[in-house]
Design a binder for this molecule. Structure first.
Ligand code: PRX
Length: 695
């Protein structure tokens, strides 16, 4: 239960963080921020000097148009300058900064005890080797390479090798289906796929190569030019002797039971990956023949770096395009300031590299700063719910970045599994991906961080490339549930439905008024769709699609996607607000709220709640929950319907699919594409146990 005074309380940075911090006070932040938005050329120009450029920009430092009524939307930072991001992340760190022997990644496998570490020098060699492999397969600058791998070091190697030769990587999360992979390969015309034999997520075996093959069959039938598939031997890797990597003693398995189960199921389900010798080649065989030197391709700052697909409101994924120069500056700078990066840090971002968080804050941002990171293959609950904290202790993690969904999942299991581990190395905690409800925020702060670690609640998007609204750990007083203030170079505004900027305390559409270096440049091959999606509704602004409230201190509170907003009797309400209120009830583990048509109010609230263990769904509980929301937000927000849901339909990244819940609420069985759901099985149950909405 969150007390009102706690929610209103400002959580101030701890004094011990201040002496070494990059930004030790709010006033310091304000000075830097002011300069970043008033003199962006000078601000980012100074940061650009910290990177290697083969040649300097020829035209203006920044050129852009954000206004569709004035012509094509475009954003160009340092056009004409040439560089290579892989060179900046690896060669420069090894050769100039003498970080060759520093650990770049501690890889922690799904099974405890299965671990590998790799230094910056080793990583550089491996990346060069794979860049040569790509060359030998005919991949050239500007080509697209699809990467469909679990969380293994080869994923980082493959993406940086693409960057080294100027090819664009399109990473597809290894939890996606064959259809999703096929769609993404076709959309950007990939010429090569990198995948793996198979992997385990917890105790679940994923036959990745088999899924990839299915995708390739579909692609072939639809005329795809993809001719080559490079396969990492991951499950079978113990057969390979790899001399370029300092492997710790042979991977020990957690316990006999798991080992046996694993061997048995792998033999039963996947004795050998399916193989087409005309298409497939082994990663390790190609690598063994490749040189560890490879001249980087010098790219224009505005050349494409990668494409990453994100879901769109139409249901068809959008290929978000990021470019080399601006993205490099933004990922590096936001990583440094938002996590207050220090050279002795051990940083751990739990996101999968298949999402933007894994691109910017597991790979590009940390490596640009010469950081040491943990790369974790497994899940937070395997082999037990203390896994995260045991990894924190094992590597003495100092900065830890995860998602509210993971925090809420662990909260459900109580404090004991956390307290069994020391966690004393932790200094800064981070949250990303969705609004973090104050209840989860306070649990994260108190139980995980023991009131010692600031929480950076970072609001951003695949499209923004990096953090947009976020506290800085030693500078910004925090409020549980608020992403607080804009990052450097970011100028937020809140608009009403007519596109007027609202001043002071306000709620409405969150937009950004001027470009920051990390902003996406287009949707791959669909520039017009890019303009319509992000710039047409309010000409002159980048439209996030999120609702937002600014409070009396100028703090920003994300209230959820605009399409998750609802209008009850003329009042704008956000589903996230109601969810947060429900989540504060001791019986509620998860909640999702959608709008439901209502004859007199226009719309009303239909709530799905997942209960914590030990609580039963009853009439009196429903009444308590109604009261809770009414008390928290006001009578206008009183839910009309509350349905008990054993679990909620989610994407594989853990996002609740409210689109499906809206259909369930209205008993509409026309669900569209559900192939990206992690748990489609729950849908039938939810339809069968709907609240009667006829009254
Ligand atoms: O609705 C916002 C929510 O996630 C959306 C972006 O999703 P995606 O492109 O998948 O990127 C996720 C990782 C950056 C946003 O439009 N979101 C993300 N972070 C937060 C958030 N909502 C509230 N608070 C956050 N910290």
């Amino acid at each position: 239960m969150v007390l009102p005074e706690e929610q209103a309380r400002l959580f101030r940075p701890r004094p011990e963080l201040l002496p070494a911090a990059h930004v030790p006070s709010l006033a310091h932040y304000q000075r830097l921020y002011q300069r970043s938005v008033e003199e962006p050329h000078e601000f980012w120009g100074d940061i650009a000097k910290e990177f290697y450029w083969k040649s300097q920009h020829t035209g203006p430092f920044l050129k852009y148009n954000f206004d569709v009524t004035k012509g094509k939307i475009f954003i160009e930072w340092m056009k004409g300058a040439t560089t290579n991001i892989c060179y900046n992340l690896l060669d420069r760190n090894v050769n100039e900064k003498k970080l060759g022997d520093k650990i770049a990644f501690y890889w922690e496998g799904n099974e405890p005890g299965d671990s590998v570490k790799i230094t910056y020098r080793e990583l550089l060699h491996r990346v060069c080797q794979f860049a040569n492999v790509l060359h030998s397969q005919g991949v050239r600058k500007g080509d697209r390479v699809s990467i469909y791998l679990p969380m293994i070091l080869e994923l980082v190697v493959a993406m940086l090798a693409c960057a080294r030769i100027g090819a664009l990587h399109s990473i597809v999360f290894a939890g996606f289906s064959a259809d999703s992979l096929c769609e993404r390969i076709l959309d950007c015309g990939c010429s090569l796929l990198v995948t793996a034999d198979a992997f385990y997520r917890g105790d679940k075996l994923v036959n990745l190569k088999q899924i990839a093959d299915e995708a390739l069959q579909k692609c072939k039938a639809r005329g795809s030019p993809l001719k080559r598939c490079i396969v990492v031997k991951h499950l079978g890797r113990e057969e390979i002797v790899d001399e370029t990597c300092s492997k710790s003693p042979p991977p020990k398995r957690l316990c006999q039971e798991v080992q046996e189960k694993k061997t048995e199921s792998s033999q039963k389900l996947h004795p050998k990956p399916p193989w087409d010798p005309a298409v497939d080649v082994w990663w390790h065989e190609q690598m063994s023949r490749a040189s560890t030197e490879c001249e980087p391709e010098w790219c224009d700052a505005e050349d494409g770096l990668f494409i990453l697909y994100t879901s769109g409101s139409t249901g068809k994924p959008k290929g978000v395009l990021h470019t080399v120069g601006g993205y490099m500056l933004y990922a590096a700078t936001s990583f440094k300031y938002v996590f207050d990066y220090q050279p002795e840090d051990v940083y751990w971002c739990t996101a999968d590299i298949g999402w933007i968080t894994g691109h910017s804050y597991l790979t590009y941002g940390p490596l640009a700063n010469g950081a040491t990171s943990v790369l974790f293959e497994g899940v937070p609950t395997y082999p037990d719910v203390g896994r995260m904290w045991s990894i924190v202790d094992k590597y003495k993690v100092t900065k830890f970045y995860t998602a509210p969904t993971a925090i809420r999942l662990l909260m459900k299991h109580g404090e004991e599994p956390v307290q069994k581990h020391s966690r004393k190395s932790l200094k800064v905690l981070g949250s990303v991906g969705e609004p973090i409800n104050p209840e989860a925020w306070l649990w994260y702060y108190r139980v995980v961080g023991e009131e010692r670690c600031p929480i950076v609640d970072t609001f951003w998007q695949t499209e923004t490339g990096g953090h947009m609204l976020t506290p800085l750990p030693a500078a910004t007083p925090m409020k549980p549930g608020s992403a607080t203030l804009p990052f450097f170079g970011v100028v937020p505004a809140i608009l009403n439905e007519s596109g007027e900027e609202l001043e002071g305390e306000a709620e409405g559409y969150l937009v950004f008024k001027q470009p920051w270096p990390g902003i996406m440049r287009s949707l791959y091959g669909q520039h017009q769709h890019f303009e319509t999606t992000y710039f047409r509704k309010f000409p002159g602004y980048y439209v996030t699609g999120d609702g937002c409230r600014r409070d009396e201190d100028g703090y920003y509170w994300i209230t959820g996607r605009i399409d998750d907003m609802l209008n009850v009797s003329g009042h704008l309400l956000s589903t996230a607000e109601v969810e947060s209120a429900l989540l504060e009830h001791r019986a509620v583990a998860e909640a999702a709220v959608v709008s439901h048509p209502h004859a007199t109010k226009g719309q009303c609230l239909y709530c799905f709640v997942t209960l914590r263990d030990g609580h039963d769904f009853s009439k009196s509980l429903t009444e308590e929950l109604r009261k809770q929301v009414r008390d928290k937000i006001g009578p206008i927000a009183t839910p009309d319907y509350i349905q008990c849901a054993p679990s909620l339909p989610k994407t594989r990244s853990g996002k609740i699919t409210r689109r499906i819940l809206r259909k369930i609420a209205t008993n509409d069985h026309d669900l569209g594409d559900i192939s990206t759901l992690a748990n489609p099985g729950i849908i039938k149950h939810l339809f069968n146990s709907r609240c009667d909405t006829k009254q």
